[in-house]
Ligand binder design. Structure first.
Ligand code: SF4
Length: 62
C-alpha cells in the first residue's frame, strides 16, 4: 500500500498525522507522507486518515 498527499489541496489541519503518525507528518504547514510504503500494521489507520481528510487530499493505492 502507498499513500500520497496532494500538497496543493492539503489545508494542514493535522488530522491525518494524529490518525496515522506512522505514515504522515507535518512539514511546514502541510502534511507529507514520509514512508515509501505503508507499514503493514498501519494500513487500516492510513486508509482511515485518507477517508477522514476534510479536503480529500490523500490518495491511497494498493
Ligand atoms: S487530513 Fe488532509 S488536509 Fe488535513 S493535514 Fe492531512 S492531508 Fe492535509
Amino acid at each position: 500500500m502507498k499513500a500520497k498527499i496532494d500538497a496543493d489541496t492539503c489545508i494542514g489541519c493535522g488530522l491525518c498525522v494524529t490518525t496515522c503518525p506512522e505514515v504522515y507528518k507535518m512539514e511546514d504547514d502541510k502534511a507529507v507522507v514520509f514512508v515509501s510504503a505503508v507499514p503493514k500494521g498501519a494500513e487500516e489507520n492510513c486508509q482511515k486518515a485518507a477517508d477522514e481528510c476534510p479536503v480529500t487530499a490523500i490518495v491511497v493505492t494498493k
